[in-house]
Design a binder for this molecule. Structure first.
Ligand code: A3P
Length: 293
């Protein structure tokens, strides 16, 4: 670990049983009181499920595929992080002051400000299979100095299964939004589906947003949001965050962008233990996750 980096590794404080970074927990009344406009769009995810990718797609859809317009500012300015209230230099807390209409949240559904439901705001939930999500979150913890130290991989897998992560349990998160998706008109999409057929998923998001853009524009949005193009886009690849906060020399924000990278991390024993635990936690729902194609 580099000198000085530990000053950002915020401790977790429980809010209604969900571990959140202290600056979020300490400001949670203000977060809960936030009152959106009915035209606001919420992009909700468990961390590392494809948030940034979806934020880029939504911004491009709102700007008719105009690449220049969507390079006006980095992702966290174009699509503010609802609950983050951290001190500088981490950009955040902008949402209540921002004119941008699409915010990102990692809050589990029960902690989302009730205003979003009262105003019937559109909500897009992106879910990613548990194993790839674990791997991605692990590498993110290594490079993101605001997160707790991930520690060794074998311990990290255990903590993930126990839900001892910022924003809590992956299992409860994906189930919470799944169970409410019809009642609250949530568009529930999967990272793996986006990888398999990005055009189909961009069109799905477009329809949900009541937009109808030409086939050409949809095609260019698909192209602009490939992993490679977003990795090279300084307004989408999080190079806007100072290196002492996101140390991309440890692991890139745009790390790999694939389905099935878990096979390079889980030993057969870890995989078997994870699967057994997964069955128990997920048996009451049938969410069609795929860990490979
Ligand atoms: P990996 O660590 O597996 O590479 P989030 O935006 O929710 O933090 O999620 C980040 C994950 O999404 C990272 O996964 C990142 O590489 C991946 N990602 C970001 N943009 C992507 C894109 N355009 N296509 C595919 N994956 C993308």
């Amino acid at each position: 670990q580099k000198a000085g980096s530990s000053m950002f590794r915020f401790p977790l404080i429980s809010v209604k049983g969900i571990p959140l970074m202290n600056h979020i927990a300490n400001n949670f009344d203000a977060v809960s009181a936030f009152c959106p406009d009915p035209s606001d769009i919420l992009i909700a995810t468990y961390p590392k499920a494809g948030t940034t990718w979806t934020q880029e797609i939504v911004d491009l859809l709102l700007h008719n595929g105009d690449a220049e317009a969507c390079r006006r500012a980095p992702t966290p300015v174009r699509s503010p992080f609802l609950e983050i209230c951290s001190p500088p230099p981490i950009p955040s807390g902008a949402y209540p002051k921002s004119k941008e209409i699409k915010s990102k949240t990692h809050l589990p559904i029960q902690l989302v400000p009730t205003g979003f439901w009262e105003k019937k705001c559109k909500t897009i939930y992106v879910a990613r299979n548990a194993k790839d999500n674990t791997v991605s979150y692990y590498h993110f913890g290594r490079m993101n100095m605001t997160q707790p130290e991930p520690g060794p991989w074998e311990d990290y897998v255990q903590k993930f299964m126990r839900g001892e992560m910022p924003w809590g349990s992956w299992y409860d998160h994906v189930k919470g939004y799944w169970q409410e998706r019809e009642k609250r008109n949530i568009l529930y999409i999967f990272y793996e589906d986006m990888k398999e057929d990005p055009r189909r998923e961009v069109e799905r998001i477009m329809k949900y947003m009541d937009l109808s853009l030409s086939d050409d524009v949809v095609g260019s949005i698909v192209e602009l949001t490939t992993f490679k193009n977003m990795k090279e886009n300084p307004m989408a690849n999080y190079t806007c965050i100072p290196e002492n906060v996101f140390d991309q020399s440890i692991s890139s924000f745009m790390r790999k962008g694939e389905v099935g990278d878990w096979k390079n991390h889980f030993t057969p024993e870890q995989s078997a233990e994870f699967d057994e635990d997964y069955e128990k936690k997920m048996k009451q729902v049938n969410i069609p996750f795929r860990t490979q194609f």
